[in-house]
Design a protein. Structure first.
Length: 249
């Protein structure tokens, strides 16, 4: 089954635009769960531009689905994760000037730092997912670290069209095979929307998709519960059809 993790950072972004109390990401998590979200994803950035420490504390107490905390390899956030124990940590790179996470982690330039962060988290019993570009060299370096999951960055795929998009999809399929054959869970996310999600949900053994912007954008018009329900239906139907084609049923 392909699970849907709903990224609710965008709700906190609206709140922070006024530095007020609403909309609260905790409300968003409740409606996302009612719409069928399997997980709630939040990114506690170093600059705290959207999700705040309080949000992580409140969501840890209120979310009943899987709580996935995205973070950079930063000591005080690692300390907080170990104290609060979300269900999964996704390690991402962070640049101060970026609008959103622009690329996967670099596993080749400073692997020791990533390795020691993974070690601390795993020693505390927290499953770790690494957000990576669909680049074989990066993936192989990551697989050597024995993480529980790899989330493929689908941003380049999402921004491409036509043959270029097909080529990007093929890269995702190929590195996906490498990840699965190492016994590591396959996740994907970034830039996925109601028009392109079927292509990624159909990848064999895809386990989790993390989607934020397109769901929250649709929610402005149809409400969050409905927006999540529509995305969830697309994912489940596509994955079921793709499995049926593979097994000849
Ligand atoms: N996965 C990761 C690791 C991300 O950093 C983000 C963006 O915060 C997403 C998924 C969701 O991306 P989008 O908002 O484009 O759906």
């Amino acid at each position: 089954m392909v699970e849907l993790g709903v990224n609710i950072d965008h709700v906190a972004t609206i709140r922070q635009a006024r530095e007020t109390f609403e909309p609260d990401p905790a409300w968003a998590a409740t409606f996302a769960e009612l719409g069928g979200a399997d997980g709630i994803t939040i990114h506690l950035r170093e600059d705290r531009r959207h999700i705040q420490d309080r949000d992580v504390e409140v969501l840890k107490q209120t979310v009943t689905a899987k709580l996935n905390l995205e973070m950079a390899c930063v000591d005080d956030i690692v300390d907080m994760a170990i104290r609060l124990r979300p269900d999964q940590i996704t390690l991402v790179p962070e640049k101060r000037e970026e609008v959103t996470t622009e690329g996967g982690l670099d596993m080749l330039t400073n692997p020791a730092h990533v390795r020691s962060t993974i070690q601390r988290l795993q020693d505390a019993g927290l499953p770790v997912s690494l957000f990576l570009d669909p680049n074989l060299e990066q993936i192989e370096a990551a697989l050597a670290l024995q993480v529980e999951a790899v989330e493929l960055h689908t941003g380049t795929f999402a921004n491409a069209a036509g043959e270029e998009q097909q080529a990007e999809l093929q890269s995702l399929v190929q590195v996906g095979r490498t990840i699965r054959s190492a016994g590591v869970q396959l996740h994907a996310g970034h830039g996925l929307n109601y028009r392109n999600v079927h292509l990624v949900a159909a990848i064999e053994d895809m386990r989790e998709l993390n989607i934020g912007h397109s769901i929250v954008s649709r929610a402005v018009f149809v409400g969050l519960e409905q927006a999540v329900r529509e995305m969830k239906r697309l994912i489940v139907e596509t994955a079921r059809a793709a499995n049926g084609n593979r097994t000849g049923r």
